[in-house]
Design a protein around this ligand. Structure first.
Ligand code: PEP
Ligand code: MN
Length: 337
């Protein structure tokens, strides 16, 4: 259920409704909107308590939310979500996140950060802990990678996006990163989602490689229902019969997610295609289709990258792509953040 307060409800009336929801044995989630406040209710199985809530001062209506992903849904929160991250924001613009697949060493990480900040990109991706298909492949630098990320962040001011593979390392990564990435393989790792629900940083939740939109939004609901309101959805391609690209980048999910949810959705054209030469076209398509941003792999020397070199843009290619997004953003009346 969702309690819709009337436009001039007082903070005391909102507080009283939240307390009443608690007393009914449910969880209140206060959602402040530009004109009115709503209070989402979770933990209830049906409309019990609706009548009592309807009679409370300041309450305009109590409506049923028809979908399972209650806090994620646009029914509960009609305005698109936007929140500040590092020196930029996500939502209400086109946010660029770029950088190497992995933290390989201090040199390539700092070079990437300096290149990106020069262009005006405010967020850098780079994995310290890597989920690799083969146990023999480079697994990431771990702790040492986090140390490098912290140093690069302090020296350049760039915001850091990095992956959390397991509950064990979550706390340490939370101290260093500006956004915590949950990879495709972990989208349904519920203990991890529960842990990150109480993280102090926003979560970038990648779509599972075989997840339906409902499964994806329910995974986001784990984060939101546990108290983390700052969730970014990321489409990175799904498994299909097609083998002309690494994954099948499902750009059609952008308008679907925008319709069903208020959360920002960004696109990963690097894992989505697996080939650097296809990344610019898919990036422009993502912008045109209404995505809220991109996460792109960029490397100073892709041929010698320790992971995902084939799909990483080199600096000149990224710069060229970035330049091509600008006029498109202008036509679409959005801004590149
Ligand atoms: C990555 O971003 O480098 C990564 C491993 O992504 P995904 O989880 O989408 O495969
Ligand atoms: Mn990668």
């Amino acid at each position: 259920m969702l309690v819709v307060m009337n436009a001039n409800a007082t903070p005391e009336q909102i507080q009283a409704v939240a307390e009443k929801i608690h007393a009914l044995g449910y969880m209140p989630h206060v959602i402040a909107g530009p004109t009115r406040t709503a209070i989402g209710i979770t933990g209830n199985r049906g409309p019990e308590g609706r009548e009592a809530l309807l009679l409370m001062p300041g309450v305009e209506d109590v409506v049923r939310v028809t979908v399972g992903y209650k806090l994620v849904s646009r029914e509960t929160h009609p305005d698109s979500s936007t929140f500040p991250v590092a020196s930029t924001r996500v939502g209400g613009g086109f946010t660029l996140i770029a950088g190497p697949c992995s933290v390989e060493n201090e040199k390539t990480t700092i070079e990437s950060a300096q290149f990106l900040t020069r262009l005006g990109v405010k967020l850098m991706r780079a994995g310290a802990y890597k989920p690799r298909t083969s146990p023999y492949a480079f697994q990431g630098l771990g702790e040492e990678g986090l140390r490098i990320l912290a140093k690069v962040r302090a020296e350049t001011g760039i915001g850091v996006v990095t992956e959390v593979l397991d509950v064990e390392n979550a706390g340490r990564i939370e101290e260093v990163a500006d956004i915590l990435q949950v990879g495709t393989r972990n989208m349904q790792n519920y203990p991890l989602l529960r842990r990150l629900a109480s993280a102090s940083k926003p979560i970038l939740l990648k779509r599972g490689m075989a997840a339906t939109v409902e499964e994806w939004l329910l995974a986001a609901e784990y984060l939101m229902s546990g108290g983390n309101r700052r969730v970014i959805l990321c489409e990175r391609g799904v498994r299909t019969f097609a083998d002309h690209t690494r994954n099948t980048l499902d750009l059609s999910i952008i308008p679907v997610v925008k319709h069903l949810s208020h959360l920002p959705v960004i696109i990963d054209p690097s894992h989505g295609t697996g080939r650097a030469e296809y990344v610019p076209a898919m990036s422009r398509a993502a912008l045109a289709a209404g995505a809220d941003g991109l996460i792109v792999e960029v490397h100073p020397d892709p041929r010698n990258a320790l992971s995902d070199g084939q799909q990483s843009l080199d600096f000149p290619a990224f710069e060229k792509m970035y330049a091509s997004l600008k006029p498109l953003a202008q036509v679409l009346e959005t801004e590149i953040l």
